[in-house]
Design a protein around this ligand. Structure first.
Ligand SMILES: [Mg+2]
Length: 172
């Protein structure tokens, strides 16, 4: 995959939705737990159906961490335990400094990130595939980027977000 280009002005925290942003399904409805990893490294549910992660995601998280930008997960799933298990099975759990995973308006998730990290909303960048979340979180001043759920998170979308955040910051 392509290496992302990072602008000069970087966010201090990047927040990702999980379902249909990092992986192409809803963890609470599309598969049957328990989930596990097979000997050949595939993540499967109890019916042996393969649960894929969007292919660029692990490398994207690594590149963000290498820039010393903090990373968080914000999910409204009804099955938090399943989502947390998947982060471990996909070997990406270690990238997340903060995780807020439970149903409800995402403003609550972001209040927790702000309290835990001390990062101002204007220094956060957020990716999500649902318009309602983009709306709620834009309102509090976070640069919020809509992710096409048919594609999920890609280097291109990450770069778009970084650029938009950088432009906003440079105007202040
Ligand atoms: Mg989603």
């Amino acid at each position: 995959m392509a290496t992302a280009t990072f602008p000069r002005l970087l966010p201090k925290l990047i927040v990702f939705d999980l379902d249909e942003t990092l992986w192409p399904f809803w963890v609470d409805t599309h598969f049957d737990p328990p989930f596990q990893k097979t000997s050949d490294g595939k993540v499967v549910d109890s019916n042996n159906d393969v649960m894929r992660i969007h292919k660029d995601v692990p490398a994207i998280l690594k590149q963000i961490q290498d820039r010393e930008i903090q990373i968080a997960a914000a999910s409204r799933t009804d099955y938090p335990t399943g989502a947390k298990t998947l982060l471990k099975l996909y070997d990406i759990d270690q990238y997340f400094n903060y995780k807020e995973i439970y149903p409800g308006c995402k403003r609550k998730h972001f209040e927790k990130f702000h309290k835990a990290s001390g990062v101002a909303y204007e220094d956060m960048l957020f990716f999500d595939d649902e318009a309602r979340n983009i709306r709620d979180i834009s309102k509090i001043g976070v640069t919020s980027i809509y992710v096409d759920y048919t594609v999920g998170l890609t280097v291109k979308v990450l770069e778009e977000g970084l650029q938009k955040h950088s432009e906003k910051k440079s105007k202040r």
